[in-house]
Design a protein around this ligand. Structure first.
Ligand SMILES: [Ca+2]
Ligand SMILES: [Ca+2]
Length: 284
């Protein structure tokens, strides 16, 4: 005997999946047609690929005291890869219109809930890896207050200027704060000598140092006030993409109606929990 509450949960769950999947089948079909027009009088090709429920959670994201079922659903054109071509957040609640929010695709999608914007209810955070050699992430936060989906703008990446100093030191000045930090790159001095950037520890020909986009921008309650800040990690690269000189780290706190930079630093290494391990999809 299934209780009515349990029945409702199952119904919500099924609805969440079908909402996501029906949307995706249509798109899958469109994709198939766009690529190959079927000859007339032939049955249309069934949509390629498949939908997958990645994560689901019962939580009140609308602020009415009633739980919604919030699901992260992905659609893969090739289920043999780890890549999701499209991602969706599906929100299904009692006496509320179903909401489906489409997101760009990615690897390793993950959904989290936290009150970022200090309005007394959790928002939905979704992150995924873009893949490729950069190892970037795309990050989104949506408020579902009163069942109205609203995208919360995300902080942009920080910028820093590099100056090569003698004895394999790189001074990194963060543009947004004006603060400088020094990285020690003596552990790779052979390569820097070989590339002609240094000669016997003296700067000969400096190169452009890149500060990448966020390899992570994740929710952390840094100041333990019950609201989430965003903690960012950006990789600093030198000679090649694989030559990681260090990281720009940042902490963003919501204030009024925008993110405010609370902390920013350049560090030699970051704790592994803040680093996205390179995936098999990363290619150089
Ligand atoms: Ca609710
Ligand atoms: Ca906090």
């Amino acid at each position: 005997m299934i209780s009515p509450a349990k029945m409702f949960k199952i119904a919500l769950y099924t609805a969440a999946i079908s909402v996501g999947l029906s949307g995706m089948s249509v798109m899958g079909a469109d994709l198939a047609y766009a690529q190959k027009l079927p000859p007339p009088a032939v049955q249309p090709t069934p949509p390629q690929g498949q939908g997958k429920l990645i994560q689901t959670r019962e939580i009140d994201v609308t602020g009415d005291g009633q739980f919604e079922v919030v699901s992260l659903v992905g659609w893969q054109s090739d289920p043999n890869t780890a890549y999701f071509d499209k991602l969706f957040i599906a929100i299904v609640g009692q006496n509320q219109a179903q909401v489906v929010i489409p997101l760009p695709g990615g690897y390793n999608p993950k959904m989290d809930f936290c009150d970022f914007i200090h309005d007394g209810m959790p928002q939905i955070y979704v992150t995924s890896d873009t893949g490729g050699s950069g190892g970037y992430t795309t990050n989104h936060i949506y408020s579902l207050k009163n069942n109205v989906p609203t995208a919360i703008p995300m902080p942009g990446p920080l910028h820093a200027d590099a100056t090569f100093k003698k004895n394999y030191k790189v001074k990194m000045k963060i543009q947004e704060t004006g603060k400088s930090f020094t990285l020690d790159i003596a552990d790779r001095k052979e390569a820097y000598e070989q590339f002609g950037i240094y000669s016997h520890g003296k700067v000969v020909k400096p190169i452009i140092v890149n500060v990448d986009d966020y390899s992570q921008l994740k929710p952390v309650d840094v100041d333990l006030d019950g609201f989430c800040e965003l903690k960012g990690v950006q990789r600093i690269t030198g000679i090649a993409n694989a030559d990681t000189l260090g990281y720009v780290t940042s902490v963003w706190k919501w204030k009024g109606n925008a993110w405010k930079l609370k902390e920013a630093a350049v560090v030699q290494t970051v704790k592994t929990s803040l680093m996205r391990p390179p995936g098999p999809e990363d290619e150089d």
